[in-house]
Design a protein around this ligand. Structure first.
Ligand code: ATP
Length: 512
């Protein structure tokens, strides 16, 4: 199946099984805005909970915050968003399609990178066990030439970006012969900057109203509360403040479903450190966050780091954790060393000191910040798209199964009476009543048992608990496992601890 078909399947499945709907669909929807349905909201909550527990609950020096979406507008002057939160956009004159100039160049580079990967794979097959991929990359002339091409493009783009030279950005696109994916033409407009913030107004009368922005990131709410939290929580550096919440960006090209939305949710943590120690913490957080992703058990091949060549105005080091989405490796999370830029800016614009007295070195300073920032919706897409599988079974039949990590699954167990009579529904409901204190469980008595199993496979339910006639006699039930489809007979009295052992978040948190 092509990448495109696979992705279409993901989107269709998300709708059909109540995970993600287009916003205001009955009015033909709103571009790049989505709603989460009955199963989607549970998966989203579980991802958020896993993030929150691992970041806040498991770290005694990280605390939470829930800042408002609206902020005093000077915040965005100070942070640089009013002047510099722009994307360079370019239009194709023939297709009238609009693109981000940097994304066109990145996609071009990715194609060259894929050529290298292909070459390496081919050679690995040819040479077998003795193959040394690193050595091959350094010595094969074709690979070396392609790598040099990539480095040259990256350097040229980084220089143009640094100098804010939009004409040079356009020249790069022309020189690389990049064509519009829709029209195939190379007939491009100038490159222009486009500010991504949404504006709105507060106040009832037009003259007296003040212009506000919908926050484009959650981070600034943390910076402006730095001293409030540090003082009232008696926090000692190094310490972190974490929050999850909505952010809004008027994205130029909002596409790829919930990958790039105009309203989305972020999970961010700002870690305040002593100046000079930021690189150490930057590396620690890179590692810690990668471990968090890997703990979900998808396999290491889904993740890679991408160290930034071009740095945002506030950063002295930055890397992305990229995930293998159905449309290729793309950013899932960013880890940035933001220096003291934000706190210093807020100090200057507000006229209030944002400093910390460090008793260990007897000094006052503006702390440096290392941040980890992940999109909740993007994490949702990562989990959902990689979990969806069309499986062919031994007997030749097929099933659609959503192999979500157990801890993230919306429904942990389904309770199914084999028949809708003979007291089986009553016993099943009793079991459900007992389990629902601890787990999100679902009762289902409609249709044949096989059909019910398939429905649960399709929403990723790890366990199906079936109540049959033997259950009435000896107080046992069968548990059917989603992935292996194996069934085991267990005592009702042991159910809670069995389910708990399989789906409890504690087990995954312990592996971190
Ligand atoms: P991109 O380069 O993809 O636009 P970014 O580098 O601007 O992303 P950050 O500002 O670092 O992103 O935001 C942190 C995280 O927030 C990203 O890693 C991503 O997971 C998420 N995110 C950013 N923009 C969007 C969006 N429009 N829709 C969904 N998630 C987003």
């Amino acid at each position: 199946m092509s990448q495109e078909d696979k992705f279409k399947k993901v989107i269709a499945h998300a709708k059909e099984y109540g995970f993600v709907f287009q916003s205001s669909e009955i009015y033909d929807g709103l571009s790049a805005v989505y709603d989460y349905g009955q199963n989607g909201v549970l998966l989203k909550n579980n991802i958020r909970e896993y993030w929150w527990k691992s970041m806040v609950q498991m770290h005694e020096n990280i605390v939470g915050l829930d800042a408002a979406i609206f902020m005093q507008p000077t915040t965005w002057k100070a942070s640089g968003h009013v002047d510099a939160f722009n994307d360079p956009l370019i239009d194709n004159k023939d297709s009238k399609k609009r693109y981000r100039a940097d994304v066109l160049i990145e996609d071009h580079v990715e194609k060259i990178r894929q050529k290298i990967e292909k070459e390496v794979k081919k050679a690995a097959k040819r040479f077998g066990d003795s193959f040394d991929a690193e050595m091959f990359k350094q010595t094969n002339p074709r690979v070396v030439a392609n790598q040099e091409k990539i480095d040259a493009i990256n350097k040229r783009f980084a220089d143009a970006f640094e100098a804010n030279d939009l004409e040079e950005v356009r020249n790069i696109i022309i020189d690389l012969g990049i064509a519009c994916p829709v029209s195939g033409s190379k007939n491009w407009t100038e490159v222009r900057q486009f500010n991504l913030m949404f504006g709105t107004q507060m106040g009832s009368v037009a003259e007296g109203a003040s212009d506000l922005y919908l926050r484009p990131e959650t981070a600034q709410g943390i910076f402006v509360n730095f001293l409030n939290v540090q003082k009232t929580g008696r926090m000692k550096i190094p310490f972190g403040i974490a929050q999850t919440g909505k952010a809004f960006r008027n994205e130029i090209v909002a596409r790829q479903f919930i990958f790039r939305m105009r309203e989305f949710e972020q999970m961010e943590m700002q870690f305040f450190v002593r100046p000079g120690t930021e690189m150490e913490w930057y590396n620690t957080w890179k590692e810690t966050r990668m471990k968090w992703h890997q703990s979900l058990g998808l396999g290491d091949e889904y993740y890679r780091f991408h160290d930034h060549e071009k740095l945002a105005h506030y950063a002295n080091a930055a890397a992305d954790i990229e995930f293998k989405f159905p449309f290729g490796f793309k950013e899932l999370e960013g880890i940035h060393s933001r220096t003291d830029f934000d706190l210093k800016q807020h100090q200057e614009f507000s006229g209030k000191k944002l400093q910390y007295f460090d008793p260990e070195i007897n000094e006052n300073y503006v702390p440096y910040v290392v941040e980890t920032s992940i999109g909740l919706d993007r994490m949702f897409l990562a989990m959902f798209s990689s979990a969806l599988e069309d499986e062919t079974l031994e007997d030749g039949s097929t099933r659609v199964v959503l192999r979500l990590p157990y801890v993230l699954a919306p429904v942990k167990a389904a309770i199914l009476p084999l028949l809708k009579k003979d007291g089986l529904p009553e016993m099943a409901r009793e079991i459900m009543k007992d389990l629902q204190f601890d787990f999100n469980v679902q009762y289902d008595e409609k249709d044949a048992i096989g059909k019910r199993y398939r429905r649960m496979d399709a929403i990723g339910t790890p366990l199906c608990i079936t109540v049959d006639h033997q259950s009435l006699e000896d107080k046992t039930v069968t548990i059917r496992h989603r992935d292996s489809m194996e069934q085991q007979r267990v005592k009702v009295s042991e159910l809670k601890s069995i389910v708990d052992g399989l789906v409890n978040m504690t087990n995954v948190l312990k592996s971190l």
